[in-house]
Design a protein around this ligand. Structure first.
Ligand code: NCD
Length: 309
């Protein structure tokens, strides 16, 4: 799987099944190795730069953990305010600058297309950790790794994706990967937060079966995997509109009783109120295992991009 060496990671549609199989194998090897040792030396001397112009807990910290567990170093810009972006520096110039310090860049920014801009300007590989309501390809890879681990296979998947499908960059990226496996998809959202038409028509062209509905109970009863998402408050220009749709879908103890046994529940997190804390003890609640998998998958990605796997 040398094919990712030196590559930017910008969009969920850039991966082949072969890439994903390779990534799963490498990530699971790292997972096993970390059971024996706290850290490895594979990327000793390499430096990761994390540039986050939007809030993040898991994505930034798991990339930094991944790099350090591989023996590499990290330099980090955790907010626009603390950097020259606050003085008006462009994303391109920031990426050009950081290329002089680091070996790989991870960037999150509120504008769609910003990671591509950084990649075009940088002389080192750039990883998109979320560009506005656009894409979040590394989250999709860790989601796929988690699905593979929890369900044992990526075949015959029927997935309910729930919540803010319009603005959710995680689902925009994940459907690209699921389409490689001909998954059947239920899109569950309020009418005004439907999956963008461009994405659904593209999936249909690939022969993917899609059902769009506002009815979570109906969709969930037919699928063994529920992917919940947060209503993306920060993308709303009209907050009264947000107030109207927030809390549209909530999984609680009562709702669990209606699910098929062995239904797996994923969520990229953070959650607001869409999964109640009482659900956390349900065996199929896999979202904190999903968090942990982020480290192994990001280790695999860094090793592949830097040509060490
Ligand atoms: C997601 C994101 O930032 O897009 N979080 C994450 O990376 N795990 C989801 C969200 O913010 O709702």
């Amino acid at each position: 799987m040398a094919s990712l060496k030196g590559k930017d990671i910008l969009h969920g549609n850039q991966f082949s099944k072969r890439d994903i199989d390779g990534m799963i194998k490498i990530a699971s090897d790292f997972e096993k190795e970390l059971k024996k040792k706290d850290s490895l030396t594979l990327l000793k001397g390499k430096i990761l730069a994390t540039l986050f112009f939007e809030p993040s807990t898991r994505t930034r910290l798991s990339f930094e953990t991944a790099m350090q567990r591989l023996g590499g170093g990290v330099i980090s810009m955790a907010s626009a305010e603390g950097s020259s972006a606050a003085k008006g520096e462009t994303v391109g110039d920031t990426a050009r600058t950081v290329s002089q310090y680091a070996d790989v860049i991870v960037i999150r920014h509120p504008r769609i297309g910003s990671a591509k801009e950084a990649a075009d300007a940088a002389s080192i590989p750039v990883i998109n950790a979320g560009d506005g309501a656009g894409q979040h390809p590394t989250q999709a890879l860790l989601d796929i790794y988690t699905i593979h681990k929890e369900l044992g296979s990526l075949k015959n998947l029927v997935v309910s994706m729930v919540g803010d499908l319009k603005n959710g960059r995680t689902v925009h990226a994940l459907v690209e990967l699921l389409s490689l496996y001909q998954a059947r998809l239920h899109f569950v959202s309020p009418e005004n937060l439907r999956m963008p038409e461009e994405i659904t028509s593209n999936l249909k062209k690939k022969g993917i079966e899609i059902e769009e509905t506002e009815d979570l109970e109906k969709a969930a009863s037919g699928s063994l995997l529920i992917y919940m998402t947060r209503i993306q408050k920060e993308r709303f220009t009209d907050l009264t509109e947000y107030e109207r749709v927030k809390g549209s879908y909530v999984i609680d103890g009562e709702f669990l009783k209606k699910l098929k046994k062995k239904t797996t529940i994923l969520h990229p997190l953070p959650r607001v109120d869409e999964i109640r804390p009482e659900v956390d003890v349900y065996p199929g609640a896999a979202y904190f295992r999903q968090v942990r998998n982020g480290v192994f998958v990001r280790m695999a990605l860094l090793a592949m991009i830097l040509g060490k796997r």
